[in-house]
Design a protein around this ligand. Structure first.
Ligand code: NAD
Length: 476
């Protein structure tokens, strides 16, 4: 089996190489896997024309036929799960089992959207005799989508699945650092018989591509997953051109461990949640606010569980946590830990780089982390867990809500009353109680505050790709 696929762009149904772009690195050993294509101006204008034509074709295709093609693409991805997972682990570092799960999750998202696309019903609103008010749900148009390096398949799947299921065409700029997942996803759609131009895939210089695409009159929606800083820049540009956006940005997820929770069970679940994709997840549990009564038992169990995690090359089936995806994350972890320790934090586990080849950094649990530590304010986006002691539920909620982020939040409690208080008061888009799954295909996912707006997934997500058109018809 070929281990890493050939990287090309998909424009108007044709695969193109473009100019030679940046190298794609394997974070496990810092070797070069390939170079990613770099779109030229002509490639971008061709992609735009292709998407405009693709939209006309796709919009006029019956929803049932659209669903059939999209479901076929998902079925092909299921057949190819191993090849896609290998490409992803090589370029991104996550353990191969997590890569397989990501492909399957991407398929679930695409399948759910495809089926729901057949149910984008409008409404008929009662009116006086001789008058009909009808609300039509129409596809919004050409979508410009930007996906990040941490989920090379499931993030593109959210955008492509949503757009295509609603009847839109899409130009996807996937990550130049982890391009293989998007290439293999696009291949599955072309093999499934998607008409040319409905899905276009480009790579290049991110700012060149967003600066070109967002102002184009035919681009009617911008969807971005990535950092708050870039999200604000793209939202500003979109605002200037009156384009709606879906912004799925950073988080800094709090975990409120209440006095009535089982500290050992909460710690066991927390280490699995924290080490998923080496913590490079926008919903990664990070700030643990633990009630004083169980704090020490929780912290001890968490530190021990972290130390037992097997860190290594993601291609080794025994590996539980792979390397960080790039050198930037490694430098960030070293900086955040050093800063927290200099302010009095205690290292319960991990804390420094493993080896000097490959971007390995262990799961790191810090206790007594003061609120002024940089890691308490900025999203670590890595395997860093910060444990802080709290005296009450009120204090925990206050500290959880104290940052400008509000994506995922978690809590552990056995009390239905406490769960209801948390549901009411924690400022976030997704609250999970007694587990760490932030979203599934059928639920809406997204943030509040600086974590963004708009939703991916669920009926709310699909609605973002449509326009509600009201038609009033007077017949008498
Ligand atoms: P970054 O800000 O340099 O880039 C973030 C993403 O935006 C990348 O995928 C990049 O290719 C893209 N990008 C950058 N400039 C762009 C532009 N002008 N137009 C279009 N796309 C552009 O950060 P980074 O070092 O790659 O990642 C680190 C930070 O990003 C993390 O701390 C985290 O907060 C955030 N992040 C969040 C998610 C998420 O799922 N929400 C995913 C990846 C990264």
């Amino acid at each position: 089996m070929q281990r890493y696929p050939e990287l090309r762009m998909l424009i108007g149904g044709d695969w193109r190489t473009g100019d030679v772009g940046q190298p794609v690195m394997n974070p496990a050993d810092e070797s070069v896997l390939a170079t990613v294509p770099r779109a030229r101006a002509k490639d971008l204008s061709d992609a735009l024309s292709a998407a405009e034509q693709g939209f006309r074709t796709w919009r006029a295709t019956a929803p049932a036929r659209r669903a059939e093609i999209i479901l076929k693409a998902a079925a092909l991805m299921r057949e190819r799960v191993e090849a896609i997972a290998i490409g992803m682990t090589l370029e991104q570092g996550k353990p191969i089992a997590q890569s397989r799960l990501e492909v399957l999750r991407a398929c679930e998202i695409i399948e759910w959207d495809a089926n729901e696309g057949r149910r984008l019903y409008g409404r008929v609103i009662p009116a006086e005799p001789g008058m009909t008010h009808m609300v039509l749900r129409q596809p919004i148009g050409v979508v410009a989508a930007f996906s990040p390096w941490n989920f090379p398949v499931s993030s593109p799947a959210r955008k492509v699945g949503g757009a295509l299921s609603a009847g839109c065409s899409i130009i996807l700029k996937a990550s130049e650092e982890t391009p293989a997942g998007a290439v293999m996803l696009a291949q599955a759609f072309t093999d499934a018989g998607l008409p040319p131009g409905v899905l276009n895939l480009v790579f290049g210089v991110p700012s060149e591509i967003s600066d070109y695409l967002i102002p184009q009159p035919s681009v009617r929606l911008v969807t971005f997953t990535g950092s708050v800083a870039v999200g604000k820049r793209l939202a500003e540009l979109a605002g200037r051109h009156m384009k709606p956006v879906i912004m799925e940005l950073g988080g800094h997820a709090p975990v409120i461990v209440c006095a009535d929770a089982d500290p050992a069970a909460a710690a066991a679940a927390s280490i699995v949640g924290k080490t998923r994709n080496a913590g490079q997840v926008c919903v990664s549990p990070t700030r643990f606010f633990v009630h004083d009564q169980i704090h020490d038992r929780f912290a001890q169990a968490f530190g021990q569980a972290a130390a037992a995690i097997r860190v290594g090359d993601g291609m080794d089936p025994a590996t539980q946590m792979g390397p960080l995806a790039n050198e930037r994350r490694l430098a960030a972890m070293e900086h955040l830990v050093a800063d927290a320790v200099s302010r009095g934090a205690r290292v319960l586990s991990g804390g420094s780089r493993i080896g000097n080849r490959g971007y390995y950094f262990p799961p790191t649990v810090l206790a007594d982390v003061p609120d002024d530590a940089i890691a308490m304010q900025q999203e670590p986006f890595g395997p860093l867990a910060l444990v802080a002691r709290v005296g009450s539920l009120d204090e925990a909620i206050g500290r959880a809500n104290s940052l400008p982020f509000g994506l995922a939040a978690y809590a552990f409690t056995r009390s239905a009353e406490t769960a209801a208080i948390l549901a009411d008061r924690v400022e976030c888009g997704n609250l999970s109680i007694n587990h760490f799954v932030a979203s599934v295909a059928e639920t809406p996912f997204g943030g509040v505050k600086d974590s963004g707006y708009g939703r991916e997934g669920g009926t709310e997500g699909l609605a973002c790709y449509t326009v509600a058109k009201n038609v009033s018809h007077k017949t008498a």
